[in-house]
Write a protein that binds this ligand. Sequence first.
Ligand SMILES: [Zn+2]
Length: 568
Amino acid sequence: MRFSRLLLRTLRDAPADAEAVSHQLLVRGGYIRRHASGIYTWLPLGRRLLRQVETLIREEMDRAGAQELLLPVLQSVEPWEATGRLSTMEDILFRLEGRGGDFVLGPTHEEIVTTLVAGEVESYRDLPVNLYQIQLKYRDEARPRFGLLRGREFVMKDAYSFDASPAGMQESYRLMYDAYERIFERCELAVLPVEADAGAIGGEINHEWMVDSPIGEDLIVRCPKGDYSANAEAAIAGARWFDRAPVPEPLVSHHTPDRPGIDLVVEHFRAAGRDLAAAGMLKCIALLDESSTSAEPVVALVPGDREVRVPKGHRPFDDADFARFPFLHKGYIGPMGLQAHGVRVIADPLVKAPVAWVTGANEPDHHVTGAMLGRDFTVDAWQPVATVVAGDPCPRCGTALEIGRAVEAGHTFQLGLTYSLKIPGATFLDEDGNEQPFWMGCYGIGVSRLPAIIAETHHDGAGLVWPKAVAPFEVHLLSLAAGRSPEVTAAADDLYASLVAAGVSVLYDDRPDASPGVKFADADLLGMPMQLVVGAKGLARGVVERKDRATGERDELPLVDAVVSLAP
Ligand SMILES: [Zn+2]
């Protein structure tokens, strides 16, 4: 591609709204342009970049035995009603009215692909099948941010596997897991597969494929020994042993008006002369156990410097719940005597710490001091309900855990029967002729996020530094002083034509009027892996200069050998 013909305008300055370095460099390099909040145009250079990423992913999906298809973006609401996600994903669904019904713009395709396979597959002999798509998807994000990293229109690769048994599903999962490792390795991304919470997708075993990044939206917990990593929302800590008992203290109630929060209570007691920190408070959070038939109330106990990880099947009380269980006073719940009211008490093992707790008094505007485990309150079940903080012990080996920010490059889920039980006809006939639901998995990669994630780690002060596997062009060829030297122009033109003929992809900066300084700066900004420079001085000696963009190393190639040494 000749630079002089390319629709490309590089910018000296990043747009004011670009916080992330990837966003700044992709806009400055003329790869993308903003259309509206969270919506971008991919300019010709950007389209090539995106296509490189798509091709790489497609190769690995095909190699793992998945089959590509194209699914509708415009989707009827009926299957979304069947799975209940029309309401649970309401916040982010783009909905529209058309002739003959209501539609959504697909944010994901579990409903559509399951409906499709339900109609096509009849027998266990047709299984397993793994189908994937690479196409635009839509989410009505409340706060689009960081350019391509959180957009409202984005390209996803999603694969969906259908199996006849749990073992089959696990085998399909393993194949995708291995494919993901190869994809991210080829992208030169250091990706950590972490155990994750399934969120709106459903299912049990799943991984998020995370890349360390200071602008990451997720917190991940990891053991420096490498045996444990998890999303902070799902992470648990190992056991802790407390080798002393608390110093006994009487249980005393105090009037603490208008102080429902931990910080306000700590402030109150410190002002009264008590040596108290948030860790000395017992936080009592009312939850509703929706998995029990009677939707029983549960109170979860954690130290005041921790948050509660809401267990599966539970949700925090809303105002209506507080109205139904009036002995639980919002902001003033204590652990004492709850079982007498039919409340189950669950607690994190940290509550075994040798502390005479300050906590709610089960009376509005009152707190107690000196609440002692065993004497004043009891626990029905010990489980890890406290959020993990840095320094907590690893659940596998006990080493102090670390916490860092990361961005999600992909996710893989074993869905089990989550969708096949909800979507009519999502069954096959087993060997005995019995109807069985599909065992499913789903596997996503944020295709249009990937260039941004790569750019976050592959750049320097001068610009982008693309890994070879995703670079829009392998070679950036510069002719210096082209407008003033017909010899340089002729030599560079020849080299360009020969490289292209040999199958090398080349971006050729043939601009007659751009200075060498401008050409070098643009080449560094755009970030192709190799730069070749044809100038009058080198030409006189029969050489071109070569620069490795990543290392900055330079050497010279004899012009006569250049094509042979660079051809694939
Ligand atoms: Zn460990």
